[in-house]
Design a protein around this ligand. Structure first.
Ligand SMILES: NC(=O)N[C@H]1NC(=O)NC1=O
Ligand SMILES: [Zn+2]
Ligand SMILES: [Zn+2]
Length: 505
């Protein structure tokens, strides 16, 4: 009996390994099916307008196992190019997926404001394939290894696009080098801090000394510090709201509470500190990134000067500063409240110029949603309403629609929304349609207009809070590929949430 068993053993082992092999192959195919609306992993995307770093070409992009395997121009195609599984998008634009380096998804802790599933579904529907989540508005704030781990847990199997995480630089950890290193070693892509109250209790503001410390730690990691650059100059300013001479429902009242001089004062401090990031200076290797610039006057001049002096400094603005102006904001319409505030039309024109001239490096959403109650749409009190624009799903069509007047090109969109953000977030295999990169791709139709009304499929949690509702936009996203998976197609998402958390190594 024993002898028989011994002789059968090799056979049994073989049988068992076959079973194991087929079981795993089957479950991965199954899983694959749920991640992608396509039945294959090796295919070609054809279009007459493919946006590459070398310009817009007509041709084909070969996708194999999640990466871009080759790019073939129409004129270089011959019989040897063996094509199978071609998806022909015709005139539609094929562009690298957008990378939003500034979004608040509020998960865990305030998922009634947004949350990973709704936020990343909105991102996929809007052509964003990667976003970097801000360390505040969720609870607790992401300011340590432990709180980053809570983020990762909350994101598990719930993200429809890739998500990276900024860690928070706050007074509590700024002078604690090992705590900051711990947070960076845990994978935070960089740090973020505020120079004014953030509106979130467990995310207090930092001063210049905290920021200096942060930069010195980041230098070693070669990761950036993102700063909300507003410095509260006269918090006691009498706005006359109490005595009724200024109406809290009027936008101009809110505008007075946060003048451009706040941005200018913060940036003055920052450009003193960024001298340390120059080659040969003590914080060489660190980088400072100013988020959501609104003031296009003195603040911008200070940034330009620092850059030309060799400081490692970049700056973003957001679509809402480019789309809207203070003059148009109606009394009580708190959907438009954000900080720094949307300023006048002259300021907006100058921001566009700075973007076109290359003085502004990139765009981000600063999607900062909340509930309708906290947005105070019922009483329209600009002073009490939550400050934050809800927009994640719409940034591509908004940039395109409002940019028409300025002759914005497809290459510029890819530069502002993909290539430069990828660099800031340290993502070498993202941000461009290039061989070897992840196949993170958006397909969209610049010529298709749509109304953002109640019939439009919107995935952000509280569409009514968005300042873009009720507008007409051009540039409709038809497909989004994430690491080769077709995760969104014509209003439908792939069944499974197959985004990956992105951690720095
Ligand atoms: N906490 C938070 O999201 N604040 C953001 N909202 C806004 O309008 N500007 C911000 O920095
Ligand atoms: Zn901010
Ligand atoms: Zn923000």
């Amino acid at each position: 009996m024993e002898a028989l068993l011994l002789r059968l053993l090799p056979l049994l082992t073989l049988l068992l390994s076959f079973l194991v092999f087929f079981y795993f192959q089957d479950s991965s195919t199954l899983n694959q099916k749920q991640c992608s609306l396509l039945p294959y992993q090796h295919y070609w995307i054809a279009s007459k307008r493919i946006v590459t770093p070398q310009g817009v070409i007509s041709g084909l992009v070969e996708v194999k196992e999640g990466k871009i395997a080759s790019i073939v121009k129409e004129e270089d195609k011959d019989e040897k190019t063996k094509l199978e599984n071609v998806i022909d998008y015709g005139e539609a634009v094929v562009m690298p997926g957008l990378i939003d380096v500034h979004a608040h998804l509020d998960d865990p802790g305030r998922s009634e404001w947004e949350g990973f599933p709704s936020g990343t579904k909105a991102a996929a529907a809007g052509g964003i394939t990667t976003l970097v989540d801000m360390p505040l508005n969720s609870f607790p704030s992401t300011v340590s290894r432990e709180t980053l781990e809570l983020k990762l847990k909350a994101a598990e199997s719930r993200i429809y696009v890739d998500v990276g995480f900024w860690g928070g630089l706050v007074p509590e950890n700024a002078f604690n080098k090992s705590a900051l290193e711990d947070l960076l070693n845990a994978g935070a892509l960089g740090l973020k801090s505020f120079m004014c109250p953030s509106g979130i209790n467990d995310f207090p503001m930092t001063n210049s000394s905290h920021i200096k410390e942060g930069l010195s730690v980041l230098a070693k990691y070669r990761r950036p510090l993102l700063v909300h650059a507003e410095k509260q100059l006269d918090p006691e300013a009498n706005l006359g709201v109490e005595d009724g001479s200024n109406d809290a429902r009027s936008y101009s009242t809110y505008l007075m509470t946060r003048p451009p001089s706040w941005e200018e004062a913060a940036i003055k401090d920052l450009v003193t500190l960024t001298k340390d990031t120059r080659i040969g200076a003590p914080a060489e290797g660190a980088h400072l990134h100013i988020v959501h610039l609104s003031d296009s006057s003195s603040s911008l001049d200070l940034i330009k000067e620092a850059k030309s002096g060799g400081d490692s400094l970049t700056v973003e603005t957001c679509p809402h500063y480019l789309a809207f102006s203070a003059e148009e904001i109606r009394d009580g319409d708190t959907r438009f409240k954000c900080s720094p505030p949307i300023r006048d039309a002259v300021n907006k024109e100058k921001l566009w110029n700075a973007l076109l001239e290359g003085d502004l490096d990139m765009l981000s959403s600063d999607h900062s949603p909340t509930t309708p109650e906290l947005k105070r749409l019922d009483d329209g009190d600009f002073l009490k309403a939550w400050g934050g624009i809800s927009c994640l799903q719409f940034v591509l069509p908004v940039t395109w629609s409002y940019g028409q007047k300025y002759g914005v090109t497809l290459e510029q969109i890819a530069l502002w929304w993909s290539e430069r953000p990828a660099k800031l977030a340290g993502q070498k295999l993202k941000g461009a349609i290039a061989i070897g990169n992840y196949a993170d791709i958006v397909v969209w139709n610049p010529d298709v207009d749509f109304d953002l009304d109640d019939d439009y499929p919107i995935y952000i949690k509280h569409p009514g809070n968005s300042a873009y509702m009720g507008t007409k936009l051009s540039g409709k996203v038809s497909a989004t590929f994430l690491r080769g998976n077709l995760v969104f197609k014509e209003g439908n998402h792939a069944p499974a949430a197959c985004g990956v958390p992105i951690l720095a190594k």
